[in-house]
Design a protein. Structure first.
Lengths: 321, 80
């Protein structure tokens, strides 16, 4: 699984939208889509211990990513399905497209650990993984061992990669970007929050997921390498040892599930990623039309007054600042 | 949106826009404080408390400092 990467990729996805979608895709949608897979599945991966009895998944990786289990939550299919339901419910293009892109980003990023995700579910229940680092969620080790393994392996590099992508697109974190690219697509939501919070709090709220991703990366890394005193093979270490080799770290066995050949995975990820963006791009205008119709606006007059991105979007670039 | 950078409204301390230096200070303080505490108290490391921490520090911190230091809005400060 990925840790801070999931927080950083939200901003990366928003910063690198296709040109016609810039400023019109919901940040809340991307956020919700990216977090949904773990909302639905992760609580039981580590489980809870009450009165000395542990309640949780017996085989965490099967529960989290496999079938039978909750592995379907980490699939592009489920993202599209929930996205379709969201569209039928809200008729909100900005939210729907954002949700699907965020969901797909999460499912595709998670092919990197040794368990991977069922990319072709429901047509196949084989997992797709490139085994970049070891999936380390265990009943005994819980979140601590999982974090230590992740931040001792190429998982740390994955977090740093996504952090670099966001920092490379640093404008995504600025007030101007938030005002011109984020607020217009979620005008209702930000306006509602603005009834209770001033702008500096709203801006902090927008940046908060990035902040949390960066802080959890630093805190877990600090704990893993400076504070923890693990005993590995009978030897006490000052911090968990780094191992940046493929499928590291060496000191924990890599969990796995039946999967497709590793060499197929980059191709599959590229095809699915391109497919999701192509689908979003193909449906972009029709969804905008449908959203305008649903909101009862007159087509072709350029007088749309709705606050949804679709209602504001296609006639002109809108800046509500 | 509430607030903006008008410092002359009542309660402006809660909504005034921060300077770049203030912004860097409060975000930095929030980060150092959160990482420092969370390294030793892991329950703090979750997607609810992390964002709430940042918003609370950036929103409330400057307002509390303004109160303690009796910082006045520009119009009041320049009044005879």
């Amino acid at each position: 699984m990925s840790w801070g990467a999931h927080q950083f990729e939200i901003y990366a996805v928003h910063a690198h939208l296709p040109k016609k979608m810039k400023g019109r895709v919901s940040f809340f949608g991307i956020w919700l889509g990216d977090f949904t897979p773990d909302f639905l599945s992760k609580f039981w991966v580590y489980g809870i211990t009450i009165g000395g009895t542990h309640y949780g998944a017996k085989v965490p990786q099967r529960w989290h990513r496999g079938w039978p289990g909750m592995g379907f939550t980490h699939t592009v299919f489920t993202g599209l399905l929930i996205g379709a339901l969201l569209w039928l419910w809200k008729r909100n293009r900005a939210l729907t497209v954002g949700y699907v892109l965020g969901y797909a980003a999460h499912a595709l990023t998670d092919v990197n650990d040794s368990v991977g995700t069922m990319l072709l579910f429901p047509f196949s229940t084989l997992n797709w993984t490139v085994k970049t680092w070891s999936y380390a969620a265990t009943v005994q080790g819980g979140k601590y061992l999982d974090a230590a393994a992740y931040y001792s392996s190429l998982g740390l590099v994955m977090d740093l990669f996504w952090l670099a992508v966001v920092l490379w697109s640093w404008r995504v974190l600025t007030r101007e970007y938030w005002r011109t690219q984020v607020v217009p697509a979620d005008a209702h939501g930000w306006a509602w929050l603005g009834r209770y919070m001033p702008e500096r709090a709203l801006l902090a709220l927008y940046r908060a997921t990035f902040f949390y991703g960066l802080c959890r990366m630093l805190a877990w890394s600090t704990w893993s390498h400076l504070v923890a005193r693990p005993v590995i093979d009978g030897v006490t270490h000052h911090g968990y040892p780094y191992d940046l080799s493929w499928t590291g770290p060496w000191w924990i066995g890599a969990r796995s599930l039946p999967h497709v050949p590793v060499l197929l995975v980059p191709v599959g990820v590229a095809v699915l990623l391109a497919g999701v963006y192509a689908l979003a791009s193909r449906l972009w205008e029709p969804m905008g039309e449908a959203e305008r119709r649903a909101r009862g606006h007159i087509l072709g007059t350029g007088t749309a007054t709705g606050t949804g991105a679709g209602a504001m979007a296609d006639a002109s670039a809108t800046d509500t600042s | 949106m509430a607030g903006g950078d008008d410092e002359r409204e009542p309660g402006a301390a809660w909504s005034r826009r921060l300077s770049r230096a203030e912004t860097a200070f409060w975000y930095g303080l929030a980060g150092v404080g959160y990482v420092g505490l969370a390294t030793f108290h892991k329950f703090l490391l979750n997607w609810v408390l992390g964002p709430v921490w940042l918003v609370a520090v950036v929103w409330c911190g400057p307002a509390l400092v303004d109160r303690v230091t009796h910082r006045r809005p520009p119009r009041e400060a320049s009044a005879p």
